[in-house]
Ligand binder design. Structure first.
Ligand code: AHR
Length: 552
């Protein structure tokens, strides 16, 4: 095999070879896969808001996760877990959605204002959920003390460097409560009674909250509306809200996964009245949960284990995640039937893996779950999909931040660890704000057995972005059994230097734990090359890889 340069990196199975030819033909035929990056086909700017988070009053997310209280022995900043704030800054957390989720449509923002000791205790939306781990004691996760309210949340965002995204209660409060919440957050210092109330809580200047969700899952826990009914409620809520000089961005409660009818009927109704009422984003929720390969669609029976899963569930779960691409393009097409200029973008404000209960790190963590290398691959391939549709997806929020579903962090009292998903966010942060480039990936498909029959799934997946002369290419290899030697052709530039970061594990069940917090961590290496327009790289099995490529 003729190769002009050969660089053996220190990486796990990663072999980087560079060719001087513009379109290497010999290697192309020999490689298992091919990635073509087209510099002259920009897709759109990768909105930093794609790297958004979600904090709901659910199990251990707020109490034990984000909020430990000012008098805690756990290091905190005004009651917020300090280690969390520091880790959020490292991944350039862009936006945080709060207070739900389903909780949002049961929440009265007034309960979380004023002196903490005088705030009311209320039953949490999730108090009767069938998934509560056995023996879960009562506490703020079941009867909310409201110690974490609007100002505490907005301070957490400020400390983390993220923008807030507040979800308004459309099911059980009024349009007036909504615009008064906007008043409380955004009115100029001293201008209104609510501005004075905010000042009494320690925040004289407006918080300047731009993103507002108008309900959550209004087809389900957010009111069980039809799209026609929700369109009436949406218009009522969005019709008049004081702007206070801000370019407010409203996010409508969009579909459950592939329910195109919800998008079509809602947009149709808004179009009848001639506009989209300051709607900036249309929420899309997609969880990867059904690992049965079609045996059942039952919400409880269809889920698998977070850690001790059989091999076929690896493939099934990742295939579920791959559905995101069609969900985006299908809903986008429907939205375009009415919103021809595509003024409204998609906000995928809940996504991630959802497993059976049983792997939570504490029994107060309703919907808490462990995270393996499989979750890292899921996160990487989903973020790559968002990049490839940077013209359509303006925001995304992984569910959820800590101690719940596909969390970036697990914490209990003074224990705090980073999950593999966190490391993907850390690696992929380099894409934020870059120009997404058309990236064509072709590779062989991993084979597995699905309910006794041969099956395959999508192979390598990736995306590339450009930041002046620096290119970021991220790639996931979902095949747990084979590396993929891949020819990477960069059309329109030559390569000067490449640095590689890989996240992988030999055991597909590998995960970080309080006892072993660094089982899965990114590994870095550097390769210096000159004048090449293509390279060959071997992507390790079950891996997420970032190549940072300096162009000449
Ligand atoms: O993230 C958990 C729940 O999933 C949210 O509260 C709800 O919006 C969705 O159904």
């Amino acid at each position: 095999m003729k190769r002009r340069e050969f660089i053996n990196t220190a990486l796990t199975g990663g072999v980087l070879m560079l060719t001087g030819s513009r379109f290497p033909t010999q290697e192309a035929r020999l490689a298992d896969a091919r990635i073509e990056i087209l510099l002259d086909e920009p897709i759109g700017r990768i909105a930093p808001e794609i790297y958004g988070h979600f904090v709901e009053h659910l199990g251990g997310v707020v109490y034990d996760g984000v909020w430990v209280g000012e008098n805690s022995k756990i290091p905190n900043i005004g009651g917020v877990r300090q280690a969390l704030v520091e880790a959020m800054k490292r991944i350039k957390a862009s936006v945080i959605r709060w207070p739900g989720g389903c909780f949002a449509d049961s929440y009265n923002w007034r309960d979380g204002t004023g002196p903490r000791a005088q705030r009311p205790r209320r039953p949490n939306f999730w108090v009767d959920a069938p998934e509560w781990p056995k023996g879960a004691p009562d506490g703020p996760w079941k009867y909310d003390t409201n110690h974490f309210g609007t100002d505490e949340f907005l301070r957490f965002c400020q400390l983390s460097g993220a923008q807030p995204y507040l979800a308004a209660n459309l099911r059980s409060l009024t349009a007036r409560d909504f615009y008064e919440w906007v008043d409380y957050c955004n009115s100029p210092a001293g201008a209104t009674t609510l501005a004075e109330m905010r000042a009494a809580a320690g925040q004289r200047e407006p918080w300047k909250v731009r993103y507002w969700g108008v309900g959550n899952e209004s087809w389900g826990c957010g009111g069980n509306f039809t799209p026609e009914e929700y369109s009436v409620e949406y218009r009522r809520f969005a019709e008049w809200v004081p702007r206070y000089g801000l370019n407010l961005a409203f996010i409508g409660s969009g579909p459950n996964g592939g329910d195109l009818g919800w998008s079509r009927r809602f947009f149709g109704r808004l179009a009848e009245k001639g506009g989209f009422g300051r709607m900036w984003g249309w929420a899309l929720h997609h969880y990867s949960w059904n690992v049965t390969g079609g045996r059942t669609n039952d919400w409880f029976q269809g889920k698998g284990e977070a850690v001790k899963y059989p091999n076929d569930e690896w493939y099934e779960l990742l295939s579920e995640a791959n559905r995101m691409e069609n969900l985006i393009t299908d809903h986008w097409a429907v939205m375009g039937e009415f919103d021809r200029q595509h003024r409204v973008k998609l906000a995928v404000d809940e996504w991630g893996a959802w497993y059976k209960p049983g792997s939570e790190v504490h029994n107060t963590h309703l919907l808490g779950q462990q995270a393996t290398i499989r979750d890292a691959v899921l996160a990487g391939l989903t973020l790559d999909i968002f990049h490839r549709h940077a013209d359509k997806v303006a925001m995304a929020n992984i569910a959820q931040l800590i101690n719940c579903l596909q969390a970036l962090f697990l914490a209990h009292e003074d224990k705090f660890i980073l999950t593999p998903t966190y490391h993907v966010f850390e690696m992929y942060a380099a894409h934020q704000g870059g120009q997404s480039l058309r990236t064509n990936v072709s590779s062989s498909r991993p084979q597995y057995t699905r309910n006794g029959k041969p099956a395959t799934m999508r192979g390598l997946n990736g995306s590339a972005s450009l930041h002046d002369r620096r290119m970021v290419l991220t790639v996931t290899n979902p095949d747990p059994n084979a590396a993929r030697e891949t020819e990477i052709a960069i059309h329109g530039a030559t390569v000067k230097e490449v640095s590689v970061t890989t996240l992988t594990a030999k055991d597909i069940h590998a995960h970080n734990s309080f006892d072993n917090p660094r089982v899965i961590e990114p590994q870095a290496s550097q390769a210096s090359v000159k004048g090449s327009r293509a390279l060959v790289y071997s992507f390790a099995p079950a891996s997420v890889t970032r190549l940072q490529i300096t162009l000449a």
